[in-house]
Design a protein around this ligand. Structure first.
Ligand SMILES: *[C@@H]1O[C@H](CO)[C@@H](O)[C@H](O)[C@H]1NC(C)=O
Ligand SMILES: *[C@@H]1O[C@H](CO)[C@@H](O)[C@H](O)[C@H]1NC(C)=O
Ligand SMILES: *[C@@H]1O[C@H](CO)[C@@H](O)[C@H](O)[C@H]1NC(C)=O
Ligand SMILES: *[C@@H]1O[C@H](CO)[C@@H](O)[C@H](O)[C@H]1NC(C)=O
Length: 460
């Protein structure tokens, strides 16, 4: 089993353990081995260096753990590819350059759920690396992530599920005030619109072939109650020309809002069904003072402003029974008005909802708060630094004076001690590998170190 390894210059260097010789390494190996060279000096220069309040991390950029955004398109920094982030408690280097994938300092890889592809996963998965998942979109965007074997691959998650590490459950609800806004159209006026020919129920959907199969339900419901449908799905009404282009927009357009708020009931049917997956389809009617007729998260009632603020489709045995109930409410102003009582002072009785809105650190359309992408990145950064601090024996030696990045390449202290520190790590990992492979000859250490190096270099 000693084929080849003794001819590899890198291994020779390790065996002798002295820095000067290591300079002659092949560039690919040197890069694979040398945590110092993960990113070039130019790239370090680009990374801004400042310290956030409450963050007393004094390390230079070269000593920070690296978080790699595997989904480069989501990298939440502009315009560079690499950035220093100073989070609540510690700092990290974040990058979208995949070439750092197999670097030791790359301690976490962050994935965007919608873009995650099992057949493009960064393998081999290094034992020291954690995976983080940011997945705020509908389950239909990537059903791989609806399965436990996939979800448990990730050490940190930010998803719509309340159980995730950095929950985005209320990502579509901007604030409590948003819910409490007085009804845009009074009940009297809604009744006038009803007499003028408007249906009691609004449906507006242009994405028809979805896993929740909502149109099949609505088609049946339409047999028992009038539904005005303006979108492409089950269309039976034309939008005014002025509004045609805003129909699929998220609907901040005020004319559009006035148009839809004349309806007593909004069919609010998510495109995919999963616990805690709730979108603007639920919150917007509540905001406008229309009653959502909701199907989506089976546990949506946990988040409603009051127990009676939405009609939950799944509470009814059939579309016909739901239609009966809606017609009853349509004819009974007092009963209808009770669905809007949560807008009165003190009307929001749901303590977990209030607490979740108060406690979340990110904002929705709020420039004074971090967005959840940067927030999650920092969550991972602080957790990774805690993890590394807990498991590391002793830190990398630092210069007695000045910053590590100011030390010359040929500085004798750096050549001796930084090399020694990292080469010792090679040996520790080599020993780990010996044990993992159940070897009985400790002199196979060099072979294992070499194999680890070749594996890293081979994946560049
Ligand atoms: C940073 O501050 C925290 C308290 O906020 C403290 O526990 C920690 O020891 C400090 N770290 C350093 C390196 O000063
Ligand atoms: C990260 O998750 C993987 C897969 O579940 C697990 O094997 C590994 O031990 C975890 N790493 C840490 C640091 O928790
Ligand atoms: C280190 O390199 C610099 C140029 O990069 C050179 O000026 C200096 O003399 C070198 N020092 C030693 C000790 O070789
Ligand atoms: C490891 O080696 C021991 C003794 O040589 C043997 O009993 C054991 O089955 C081996 N384990 C594995 C996983 O190969």
């Amino acid at each position: 089993m000693r084929r080849g390894w003794d001819r590899a210059p890198g291994v020779l260097c390790l065996a002798l353990s002295w820095a000067a010789l290591c300079r002659s390494w092949e560039p690919a190996d040197a890069e694979a081995f040398g945590p110092q060279s993960a990113l070039s000096d130019v790239e370090f220069a680009v990374a801004a260096s400042y310290r956030g309040p409450g963050n007393n991390d004094t390390r230079g950029n070269r000593e920070l753990p690296i978080l790699l955004w595997w989904s480069a398109g989501l990298f939440p920094h502009f315009p560079g590819d690499t950035e220093r982030v100073d989070c609540a408690r510690s700092s990290c280097l974040v990058t979208r350059q995949r070439k750092v994938q197999l670097q030791r300092r790359t301690t976490a890889i962050i994935f965007y759920g919608t873009d995650f592809r099992a057949y493009e996963a960064p393998l081999p998965r290094l034992p020291h690396q954690t995976w983080a998942l940011f997945h705020e979109e509908s389950p239909m965007n990537n059903y791989v992530l609806s399965h436990t074997p996939a979800i448990r691959l990730f050490n940190y998650t930010a998803t719509f599920r309340r159980e995730s590490d950095y929950p985005l459950t209320l990502q579509w609800l901007p604030s409590l005030e948003y819910l409490l806004q007085p009804p845009a159209v009074s009940l009297q006026e809604k009744n006038r619109w009803r007499r003028a020919g408007l249906a009691p129920v609004l449906y507006m959907q242009s994405h028809c072939d979805v896993p929740s199969d909502r149109d099949r339900y609505v088609r049946e419901l339409m047999k028992y109650i009038e539904v005005d449908s303006y979108g492409k799905c089950l269309n039976n009404r034309q939008l005014p020309e002025r509004l045609e282009n805003t129909e699929t927009a998220t609907g901040e357009d005020s004319e559009f809002m006035s148009f839809v708020s004349r309806y007593k009931f909004h069919l609010a049917l998510e495109n995919g069904i999963c616990p805690d997956y709730m979108t603007e389809k639920l919150w917007r009617p509540l905001h406008l003072g229309c009653v959502p007729v909701y199907r989506g998260s089976p546990s949506a009632s946990d988040w409603l402003p009051s127990p009676r603020s939405a009609v939950l489709v799944d509470d009814f045995p059939s579309p016909r029974a739901l239609a009966d109930f809606l017609r009853q409410l349509d004819a009974d102003d007092a009963a209808y008005a009770r669905f809007l009582e949560f807008k009165r002072p003190g009307g929001v009785a749901n303590a977990p909802l209030l607490e979740a809105l108060r406690a979340r650190e990110w904002g929705v359309n709020d420039m004074t708060k971090p967005n959840y992408l940067n927030g999650f990145e920092c969550f991972v950064c602080d957790r990774e630094n805690e993890r590394l601090a807990a498991q590391r024996g002793c830190p990398l030696p630092t210069p007695g004076y000045g910053q590590p990045e100011d030390i010359a390449q040929n500085d004798s202290w750096a050549q001796m001690w930084l090399q020694d520190y990292w080469q010792s790590l090679d040996q520790a990992e080599g020993l780990e590998s010996l044990i993992l492979h159940n070897e009985s000859d400790p002199s196979l250490l060099w072979h294992h170190i070499h194999q680890l190096a070749v594996r890293r270099a081979g994946h560049h």
